[in-house]
Design a protein around this ligand. Structure first.
Ligand code: FAD
Length: 301
């Protein structure tokens, strides 16, 4: 392991991007402004802001983008989904992001609204992410477009092969790179990467790394998106659920930070150069991960 750390320290090509969700109010915006400033010394490639379909969700994404653009010179990426909107409305939304200075869109289909079992497109809307990518690419050839990828296969997909075909169609439509759904077992990511390369998908695929201020909340997200939670990971957190005393909370956080750094360092020594960190709008674990990757301020280490 010492040798691996030395090898890592010698590298200068590692990097991260950070994902945040839109703030609900001014206090939430302040938290994100402060996250952006605190993370600036680690030179994140971009900060992406997730998209909530529907009126207030959309407005919060735009307001968060504007606040972050004022707070930092880190490039801001906007997520955009096609749920519940016509093609024209979706493209208008992209235009508003462009007007706010966004040059990078994470193009997504999105999930079915609460209460609906399956996604069904708006009658005049895009049917899937690939169609959105094609329309964005045609309209804005210069914009960077990222898409989603699923190491454990998207729950709607009939097979692993069909899911890879879908990823290929997003690259063929003009995507520049893919960011993955979070996962906990790195072998699943490397197996996926190998299958993607074998299927002729050559674009960059960055692993999505979930930082866990609350393991039990993340476990319930994981159930919803069919991300497997290994028994060995659950065993580490066992007994900490619902404990609100200071020591248990601290133990929980230290464990979560230890797992996140273990996960990224393992991928880094296995050749991964870029990590997309799901920050859950908190800077501390993201900062710990950046330091573990030796992305220290001024490169001093
Ligand atoms: P697509 O790539 O269109 O495909 C989804 C599934 O449908 C795939 O399994 C595919 O194989 C299948 N499929 C697609 N087209 C067809 C077809 N023509 N026939 C048959 N099957 C088809 N959600 C949000 O609401 N807001 C966000 O900001 C957001 N950010 C995300 C960021 C990342 C990095 C990731 C990984 C996910 C994010 N999501 C977000 C969740 C995402 O919207 C859901 O996972 C959604 O269900 C699928 O979106 P997609 O872009 O992958 O869809």
């Amino acid at each position: 392991m010492t040798t691996n750390f030395r090898r890592l320290a010698a590298r200068r090509d590692l990097g991260v991007s950070l994902e945040v969700f839109p703030a609900r109010d001014e206090a939430g915006l302040d938290v994100l402004r402060s996250l952006a400033r605190r993370m600036r010394p680690y030179a994140p490639e971009f900060i992406s802001v997730t998209y909530g379909a529907g009126g207030s969700g959309r407005e919060r994404t735009l307001a968060t983008i504007k606040a972050l653009r004022e707070a930092t010179d880190t490039p801001i990426a906007a997520h955009l989904t096609v749920v519940g909107a016509s093609r024209a409305e979706t493209l208008r939304e992209a235009e508003r992001f462009r007007e706010a200075g966004v040059n990078h869109i994470v193009a997504l289909r999105g999930d079915a609204p609460e209460g609906e079992a399956r996604f069904s497109p708006h009658p005049e809307g895009f049917a899937n992410a690939a169609e959105l990518v094609a329309a964005l690419r045609q309209r804005w050839p210069e914009v960077r477009i990222s898409v989603a990828a699923y190491p454990e296969t998207h729950p709607d997909s009939p097979s692993r092969e069909a899911d890879l075909e879908n990823l290929r169609s997003k690259f063929e439509a003009g995507a520049d790179d893919a960011l993955t759904q979070f996962f906990f077992d790195n072998d699943l990511f490397f197996d996926f990467l190998e299958r993607a390369r074998a299927a002729g998908i050559g674009g960059e695929i960055s692993p999505g790394v979930m930082l866990m201020p609350n393991f039990f909340q993340v476990k319930s997200f994981a159930e919803r998106c069919k991300t497997s939670v290994p028994k060995w990971l659950e065993a580490r957190f066992k007994g900490l659920c619902g404990k609100k005393d200071k020591d248990s909370l601290l133990t929980h956080r230290m464990l979560a930070a230890a797992f996140a750094t273990e996960q990224v360092l393992d991928m880094a020594v296995r050749g991964v150069r870029h990590f997309h960190l799901y920050t859950m709008n908190r800077p501390h674990m993201a900062e710990a991960v950046c330091r573990a990757l030796m992305l220290a301020p001024d490169g001093e280490m």
